[in-house]
Design a protein around this ligand. Structure first.
Ligand SMILES: Cc1ncc(COP(=O)(O)O)c(C=O)c1O
Length: 314
């Protein structure tokens, strides 16, 4: 499957060449570009239209993708016409319908509504003589970052499977965060402690928005715990990163009194942590360590300044 709201010419060429299970098309124009690329190679590209069903997934606005104001997909009511047009586009083979409502969705209800919307469309298409092969219900299942309840995979399956099974089509899904979110922690060292005016305490870490962007990008909450808690009184800290932006802050936390050199673990950073990291301020990407049972091994070494400069030319 290949999804993406802005597929470049080269990406479309490559996807057509690879003969993917489906290219999830985002617009009428993109379908035309895929058609041309496929005809030029003398093949038919398997495509699904990503529909935008205008469903509020109840998630943060910056990670909602299924509302009509979002840039994603084709309005549901326009999709039927696109599928009918495909009959005149020799480079296209319609095989599925795609929907992805957003990320960190912690109620199964919008996911059910999204699945129902695409199943309805598949039925209408079948009645009009267009038989598809699969329904792709995207990803989006959320996890608990703060200990509150979030749906389990079994609850998700119980909510959406009966809806999709009734269509008789096969089901594809694209969970990301649910699989990897809880699998990682960002371990950072306290490099400075200081008291600002008004008795505000800052704990400055050696990791910030360059290693974990989510809190700064959309106010995401991650639990922060001391790696080796000491018996000391609780204090309220503004836990911040080292980058030259005031937005470079993880938030206020109550922690046992810290000392410079302490290690803190920022939890549940497996999704959209490393993948969103950057070299801003020329900061090298951190090492990644796999902990497998009782064993730990480096699976990606720390980036060096030489690594970064190696890509530059005079
Ligand atoms: C099309 C599509 N499918 C699946 C995902 C994975 O989402 P999540 O990690 O919320 O399950 C994304 C995330 O951006 C996406 O854009």
């Amino acid at each position: 499957m290949f999804s993406g709201v802005g597929k470049s010419h080269d990406e479309i060429e490559r996807a057509v060449q690879l003969g993917l299970k489906a290219i999830n098309a985002e617009s009428a124009g993109e379908l035309e570009r895929i058609d041309r690329a496929a005809q030029a190679r003398g093949v038919r590209a398997r495509v699904a239209v990503r529909v935008n069903p205008d469903i509020d997934a109840g998630t943060h606005p910056h990670i909602s993708t299924g509302l009509h104001i979002n840039k994603f997909g084709v309005p549901l009511e326009q999709a039927g016409a696109l599928y009918r047009k495909m009959a005149t586009q020799p480079g296209l083979e319609p095989v599925g319908i795609h929907v992805h409502l957003g990320s960190q969705i912690i109620s199964t209800e919008p996911l059910q509504r999204g699945a129902s919307a695409v199943v309805r469309l598949a039925r209408e298409l079948r009645d009009g003589g267009i038989q598809l092969d699969h329904i792709d219900i995207g990803g989006g299942l959320g996890i608990s970052y703060d200990g509150s309840r979030a749906p389990t995979a079994a609850e998700y399956a119980a909510a959406v499977l009966p809806i999709v099974a009734a269509s008789g089509l096969s089901i594809a899904l694209e969970p990301g965060r649910y699989i990897v979110g809880a699998a990682a922690a960002l371990v950072a060292r306290v490099v400075d402690l200081k008291e600002a005016a008004g008795g505000h305490h800052f704990a400055v870490l050696d990791a910030g928005m360059t290693e974990l962007m989510r809190p700064m990008l959309y106010g995401a909450f991650h639990r922060i715990v001391a790696v080796a808690p000491r018996a000391a009184r609780d204090m309220c800290y503004d836990v911040v990163g080292p980058v030259c932006e005031s937005t470079d802050a993880f938030g206020e936390r109550r922690l046992n009194q810290l000392e410079v050199g302490d290690l803190l673990a920022i939890l549940d950073t497996g999704a959209y942590g490393s993948a969103m990291s950057s070299n801003y301020n020329r900061r090298p990407l951190p090492a990644e360590v796999m902990v497998d049972g009782g064993k730990a091994r480096v699976i990606r070494r720390r980036q060096t300044i030489e690594d970064q400069l190696a890509m530059e030319t005079e």
